[in-house]
Design a protein around this ligand. Structure first.
Ligand code: WT7
Length: 693
């Protein structure tokens, strides 16, 4: 810990530029868009003066305490929340991250009794903010909108909680939620949390197959969905997808008794919805009849709050399990500091609640701070590429949090789509999901933020629950493309192949050497896989799966996944999942999937496929292979390129050499490296010849 502190303290030697205006604030935007990669961008003095953490020194003071005295640091923060019973003081945290010393186990605030819904709603109302807007809902079609105050949100959550209790949902039961970005999505999450049920939100872009897989794993009695949603002009019939998934689950011995269906009138009339009367029920027919108060189920800090499935390097998705107390404290605190949150802010995060970002930073983090949150049902380029800035102006959004893929897709359009809106309300920007390339960073900073708003490039994961490495705007100069420094209480390390920590300027594998309150506690039903995936690769540490380098100033630069996971538009997709979807196609015998650089999505999916003997590759077959992936996983996982491969490069022991496939896919043919160990080196030339097929 002391070594680690010394390293972080090298920060204090930064050029003391805080208070200076960023030298990227040139008048000629073209010039600053092309400036050096390692530029320092200082927060403006106006910003720093009012910031929660106004200087590097203040950060260091807080950071030092957070690692030397985690119990004191986190205990003080946790005390700002409501606890029905306090945790055992000495044991704010107990952890074993070292597989060599026994089972990996992490506990925070154990013995404390609380409820995250109470803290996010009742506590805010009790503090006199009941009339403050909690959610601004913006529909897909401009002009369609709604809002709910904290009191109104609490009423709706209580009604649903009462209904769920009435139909038999109890503490510890799983509830699957398959909803688009309607207010009913956070309402459903909060209602589950209120009664101690464990929600598992499945992103409404997943296919019936994927939804079934998740239902089979966590066995809910109740699924919450809606009839349909509009994506641009196109209705997507979500209820039909749920019907298929439930049928499939039943075939696998898991039955769902109740499908609570919200009627999303803007997308589709209820009469047009397929119905199974003994199982399906309209939300609007039952929920509003229930009382709008509901006693809270007090749960232990270590009782499960939610499950969220994410992709790993094998085919089966992992059920990441988060518990209540630590997650609550961590989501709230990271939100507050990384976005320099003030009660007057209006916050908008473009993520869907189907991903972790929507859990921690659409729902829980902001609501626990009493923030006003914009939620948006639609697509950011509908009806045109100016929609985001239209929404920013409409609600006077002050904090805007999005993904690099969106920034890159918008920067391809004319700047006029941005500049025709005022955006003067904006004060903090945020980025998440993948490394943000410096040119996208600069466009975001200069064009969207008018060279005035710091960008919080937040590195974290489904597993971490909240931010791990992130700028604290106002505290230190930023470097375009770097996530900067660790959040309070997080001790990141970079290790080499052998698991030795490397000091100073270096690159290697990103690990963390201690636990933090928001850390996931297990993979649902598979603690072995939890240990094997995250704690065994480098014993003594949590392994993130990411590569990372640290520069001479101590800034962290994430370099992408080092496992078989592809990051497409900020969505994690396992190559193995796509491969299994492809080989399910009757004409495909083998598939090998790699990631390739993609201008907008960050990475694209490139699939090599070997066909059944005698089958010829055709345009029709290409389409049906892609369809197979859409049906098995979801449209967002559709391969960008299918490459017909009569043979795949394999070692003599039969292992596919992905390194070679990656080079062929990215057309780096001069860097193929040694191919002499292949069982049949001739397949390489054959594959190259078929590249443009
Ligand atoms: C993976 C986690 C956590 C929210 C969204 C994705 C990549 C995420 C950054 C960032 C560089 C990033 C990593 C990580 N990633 N944020 N700011 N800079 N890389 O959650 O699906 O769990 O994916 O996303 O590779 O491991 P996720």
């Amino acid at each position: 810990t002391e070594d680690h502190l010394r390293h972080i303290e090298s920060l204090a030697t930064f050029p003391s530029g805080a208070g200076k205006i960023s030298h990227l604030r040139a008048t000629n935007l073209g010039e600053c868009l092309s400036s050096e990669e390692h530029d320092l961008v200082f927060p403006t003095p106006e910003f720093s003066d009012k910031a929660l953490v106004p200087s590097t020194e203040k950060y260091l003071e807080m950071y030092r305490r957070s690692v030397r005295d985690p119990a004191g640091f986190w205990g003080d923060i946790a005390a700002e929340f409501y606890w029905k019973e306090k945790w055992d003081c000495e044991k704010v945290c107990s952890e074993n991250l070292d597989v060599r010393k026994g089972t990996v186990e992490i506990e925070w605030f154990k013995g404390g009794k609380t409820n995250i819904c109470f803290n996010a709603l009742d506590r805010i109302v009790d503090n006199g903010d009941g009339d403050k807007v909690a959610l601004y809902w913006e529909g897909n079609v401009p002009g369609l909108d709604d809002k709910l105050t904290y009191k109104e949100l609490l009423d709706k959550v209580c009604q649903l909680s009462n209904y769920l209790k009435d139909v038999g949902v109890k503490k510890g039961d799983a509830v699957v939620i398959y909803l688009p970005m309607l207010a009913e999505l956070p309402i459903s999450m909060l209602a589950c949390a209120r009664i101690g049920a464990v929600h598992s939100v499945v992103f409404a872009g997943f296919s019936a197959e994927s939804l079934a897989q998740r239902i089979i794993d966590c066995k809910p009695n109740v699924v919450i969905t809606c009839n349909a949603v509009l994506r641009g002009d196109k209705p997507i019939l979500l209820k039909n997808i749920v019907d298929q998934a439930i049928t499939q689950s039943a075939d696998n011995g898991v039955s769902v008794d109740l499908c609570l269906t919200y009627e999303n009138q803007s997308a589709m009339k209820k009469e047009a919805t397929k119905w199974q009367a003994d199982r399906d029920i309209w939300w609007q027919d039952v929920v509003p009849k229930y009382p709008n108060t509901c006693l809270v189920e007090w749960v232990d800090a270590e009782d499960p709050l939610f499950l969220l499935y994410t992709s790993g390097s094998t085919g089966k998705p992992k059920g990441v399990l988060h518990t209540t107390g630590g997650y609550m404290v961590y989501a709230a605190t990271t939100f507050k500091y990384a976005f320099d949150y003030k009660p007057s802010d209006v916050y908008w995060c473009t993520a869907d609640c189907g991903w972790i970002t929507g859990h921690s930073y659409v729902s829980y983090g902001p609501l626990l701070n009493g923030a006003s949150v914009v939620i948006f049902e639609g697509a950011p380029n509908y009806p045109d590429s100016g929609r985001c800035w239209d929404i920013v102006d409409k609600y006077n959004v002050t904090i805007f949090y999005t993904a690099p893929t969106l920034v890159r897709s918008l920067m391809r359009e004319k700047n006029e789509y941005v500049t025709r809106y005022s955006r003067k309300s904006l004060r903090v920007l945020g980025s998440v999901g993948e490394p943000i390339n410096p040119s996208a960073w600069r466009w975001f900073y200069n064009i969207v933020g008018d060279s005035r708003c710091p960008i919080s490039d937040t590195w974290w994961q489904t597993e971490t629950g909240g931010f791990m490495i992130t700028p604290l705007p106002g505290s230190w100069p930023q470097k375009p493309g770097s996530a900067t420094f660790p959040f309070f209480g997080v001790q990141p390390v970079i290790v080499d192949e052998k698991g030795n920590e490397i000091e100073g300027e270096c690159s290697g594998y990103l690990c963390v050497k201690n636990s933090w309150p928001g850390a996931f506690r297990t993979l649902y039903g598979d603690h072995d896989r939890y240990e094997t995936t995250y704690f065994k690769p480098f014993p003594g540490y949590y392994f993130s799966g990411d590569g990372c380098s640290r520069d001479g100033d101590g800034y962290y630069w994430l370099t992408g996944r080092v496992d078989d996971v592809i990051n497409v538009s900020g969505h994690r997709i396992g190559t193995a999942e796509v491969e299994s979807a492809l080989v399910l196609h009757p004409q495909c015998v083998e598939a090998a999937v790699v990631g390739v650089e993609h201008e907008v999505k960050g990475q694209g999916i490139y699939a090599f496929v070997t066909l059944v003997d005698g089958v010829t590759y055709s345009e029709e077959l290409r389409k049906s292979l892609i369809l197979s992936v859409r049906n098995q996983i979801g449209a967002f996982a559709a391969p960008d390129k299918i490459h017909w491969a009569p043979g795949l490069p394999k070692t003599r022991s039969g292992k596919i050499m992905r390194r070679i496939l990656r080079k062929i896919a990215s057309r780096q043919l001069e860097e193929l490296g040694d191919i002499s160990t292949l069982a049949d080196p001739a397949v390489v030339d054959q594959l190259i010849a078929l590249s443009d097929c």
